[in-house]
Design a protein around this ligand. Structure first.
Ligand code: ATP
Length: 482
């Protein structure tokens, strides 16, 4: 039976095997920032590529984008981030620790509504109900651009990648032949000065997002919303997440942003926190809000100059009465009509889903009285697809194994290892999540076969060296997630 995974097991495996390290560890570490090591960077790259493959490569109606992290400050005025992107926080009067109001938990045996703090516990010192009044805390990091005093400008590190897509909507329309319905997808770093960070890489201050803005005709938005909700749920399942650990949770009316017509979270049952179920990704029907806001922002640009490029003094002007014909509108050739498209936005976290894939793949089992730790990764995500070993370091076996590894490397990530007993080499690959180990033994010289050992079942099979590449490709392509 699969073991119940604890976050501590994951953290220690990640450090031991080089998946994830604390950032700047040799200087004592930097809170909530993490570095991906040799195996982790491969894993994360595979998660990113799996997203890109399903969202861009496999579709005719989605194009990619890679916009810059630093953007014009007016972008954040229009999007609402400059004024409203804040979490409500409180300070504990006893220990001064600051916490996000919506993250506070009730003291054991007590409960109250979210906005009544009398029963809430300070995560710093466990004091109950002794907090300051909630106050807004801005989440965007600021930085300065420009070398000369008179042209320096305060910029924000983007807190989401989505606005880079809206700001390029017209560029994409004008430079490609996309027609509505279509999407623009992007993966990139985002930054938020989160008040509370915890649970390893679940909530960090620098993280990677994978976002799609899917533009559609108003009136077709419900259809696309439903379709994306299902597609995004299935993406995780097809990459091996167990169905019982994943769910869709519709937002209640009072959780919805004022412009959103609907929002659903894809949630994963993480092994931490009181409720376990935590957001992996949000899918929202954002209506035509963002493009309309950017049209207001574009119309307000004269103020930006007149008010000395001081964002706090800029007031977005009202929308033009004929806003639906504005610069970010879309002309439907067939219907001969112009409108501002509606947007369905699936917004995922690459780091957060990488953590979910790690947690879900982690397993421990007893084999011959010993514990075997393994990561049951889907082959698309496995950092190493195949490891090649000579059984012993003699009789020409290392050379043959190196040749095989060399030819497989042209096709996928492959690892050659000749150190230590073969059983221990298998165990190391189990922990790295490598689906196949290939051993070259005496049989190769006799009949040209190698032994393929399967990570999940530990079964071994004899495969002809000539057929090895095809064999492995077939197995990976027909991989069946239970
Ligand atoms: P939360 O309520 O947990 O702060 P959110 O609803 O603000 O998250 P979104 O703005 O919808 O999150 O971001 C989309 C996705 O980006 C999230 O589902 C998550 O996967 C990822 N994400 C957001 N903030 C962080 C973070 N601080 N660290 C890691 N991933 C994050």
């Amino acid at each position: 039976m699969a073991k119940i995974t604890k976050l501590d097991d994951i953290v220690s495996l990640c450090k031991r095997r080089g998946f994830i390290f604390q950032s700047s560890e040799i200087y004592g570490g930097l809170a909530s920032c993490y570095d991906y090591g040799p195996l982790g960077s491969e894993l994360k790259r595979n998660v990113r590529e799996a997203w890109w493959k399903s969202m861009v490569q496999m579709r005719d109606d989605i194009v990619g984008l890679d916009s810059s992290i630093l953007m014009h400050p007016m972008v954040w005025k229009s999007s609402g981030h400059a004024d409203k992107f804040a979490d409500y926080i409180v300070e504990c009067k006893k220990c001064n620790a600051r916490s996000r109001v919506d993250h506070l938990e009730d003291a054991p045996g007590k409960s109250s509504s979210a906005d009544d703090l009398t029963t809430k516990v300070c995560p710093g010192c466990s004091e109950v109900g002794n907090f300051t009044e909630p106050m807004p805390f801005r989440l965007m990091f600021e930085t300065k651009m420009g070398a000369n005093a008179d042209d320096t400008m305060t910029l924000f590190m983007r807190p989401e990648t989505a606005q880079g897509i809206f700001a390029n909507f017209k560029n994409v329309l004008d430079s490609t032949r996309v027609k509505i319905p279509f999407g623009i997808a992007q993966i990139g770093k985002s930054f938020r000065n989160e008040v509370t960070t915890k649970a390893f890489t679940f909530r960090t201050r620098e993280f990677e997002q994978a976002e799609l803005e899917f533009f559609c005709e108003p009136g077709t938005d419900e259809f696309w919303y439903k379709s994306w909700k299902e597609a995004r749920f299935n993406w995780y399942i097809n990459l091996g997440i167990k169905k019982e650990n994943l769910r869709l949770r519709d937002h209640d009316e009072d959780e919805l942003a004022h412009y959103a017509k609907g929002c659903v979270d894809v949630e994963y049952k993480f092994p931490f926190g009181s409720g376990d179920w935590q957001e992996l990704e949000g899918v929202a029907n954002r209506t035509d809000y963002d493009l309309r806001q950017h049209q207001r922002g574009m119309r307000s640009m004269s103020q930006w100059y007149e008010k000395g490029r001081d964002l706090t003094k800029v007031e977005l002007v009202d929308e033009a009465p004929d806003y639906h014909k504005g610069p970010l509108s879309y002309f439907d050739e067939q219907q001969k009509k112009r409108y501002i498209p509606y947007v369905i936005e699936p917004s995922a976290g690459i780091d957060r889903s990488t953590l979910a894939f790690l947690v879900d793949a982690y397993d421990e089992e007893e084999v011959n009285g010993k514990t075997r730790n393994l990561l049951r990764f889907h082959p698309d995500l496995a950092p190493i697809k195949a490891a090649v070993f000579p059984l012993v370091k003699k009789d020409g076996m290392p050379e043959i194994a190196q040749n095989i590894a060399g030819s497989l490397k042209k096709h996928f990530a492959c690892f050659y290892d000749e150190k230590g007993a073969v059983g221990r080499r298998y165990r190391r690959q189990d922990e790295a999540g490598t689906p196949f180990c290939i051993t070259v033994d005496g049989d190769y010289k006799e009949n040209g076969t190698v032994t393929v050992r399967h990570r999940d079942t530990m079964e071994q099979e004899s495969v002809s060296g000539d057929q090895l590449l095809n064999y492995l490709r077939d197995k990976m392509e027909s991989w069946n997630c239970k």
